[in-house]
Write a protein that binds this ligand. Structure first.
Ligand code: PEP
Length: 251
């Protein structure tokens, strides 16, 4: 179901003490707001403490990655069912840092997406073009291929139980945000592309924007008709910034 949502991606940041301060402040700052879904995706070792702190609040927790495999001799990997042990409702798949730094191609991302759904966890599927691809005019083709790999493996109906995040790689962690119009153009392209196969799925799909969202630019992005919220990296580590972004969507 299409809904408003702000998700934080802590990436590889934090420690037990800092996390507690951050979570306590965010819980207090978002207390009583229920029209928007709030989520933090945290490093694996902190799932138990974050679960403990967030259960019975209006903030969900999730992971930033998972293995495409169910179990076995995969040293260092974490399976979907392990995430279930910590009641993760969401997991990020295909973040551009995983694609570029850890060599995850469209097929692996699709397998991870399917593994998450197989365990009842909602994948947040990240798609987006690099600066070179944008400048070469291939943005739409790149995104179409990233989505097609998932649709080929899991079917278009699988998107009913997924979230898509459009994250232009050139905007992630760079301080350079896509303009609201640039982001809207791609969000509409994603929704219209899916509508060609299944209009109901497209209309119900939550599509988040990610890439240097800040308290100062969140409202103008969230005002766009096909932007349903944000996936927030750096600013999710600063309680007041994350709260302000969440409140910008809430308004
Ligand atoms: C991200 O990591 O998904 C992200 C969007 O990062 P940032 O907000 O820091 O650009």
């Amino acid at each position: 179901m299409r809904r408003k949502m702000v998700a934080g991606n802590w990436k590889m940041h934090g420690n037990l003490l800092e996390n507690k301060k951050l979570i306590d402040a965010v819980v207090t700052g978002l207390n009583g707001l229920h029209e928007v879904g709030f989520l933090v995706c945290v490093p694996y070792p902190y799932l138990p403490s974050v679960q403990n702190a967030l259960q019975n609040t209006n903030i969900a927790w999730g992971a930033q990655n998972l293995s495409q495999y169910e179990k076995g001799a995969y040293t260092g990997e974490i399976s979907a069912s392990m995430l279930n042990d910590f009641m993760c409702r969401y997991v990020i798949v295909g973040h551009s840092e995983r694609r570029t730094l850890f060599g995850e191609d469209n097929h692996v991302v699709a397998e991870k997406y399917q593994a998450a759904q197989g365990a009842g966890i909602i994948p947040i599927l990240c798609v987006g073009e690099t600066l070179n691809q944008r400048e070469a005019g291939t943005t739409e083709q790149v995104i179409e291929e990233q989505l097609a790999a998932v649709i080929k493996l899991a079917g278009v109906e699988s998107l009913v139980k997924a979230i898509v995040a459009y994250e232009p790689v050139w905007a992630i962690g760079t301080g350079r945000t896509a303009s609201p119009e640039q982001a809207q153009e791609v969000h509409a392209f994603i929704r219209e592309g899916i509508a060609k196969t299944n209009a109901n799925v497209a209309n119900g799909l939550t599509i988040l924007y990610g890439g240097s969202v800040k308290a100062s630019n969140a409202s103008e992005l969230f005002d766009m008709p096909d932007i349903d919220g944000g996936l927030i990296g750096g600013a999710s580590l600063v309680a007041n910034d994350f709260i302000a972004i969440c409140r910008a969507l809430h308004q």
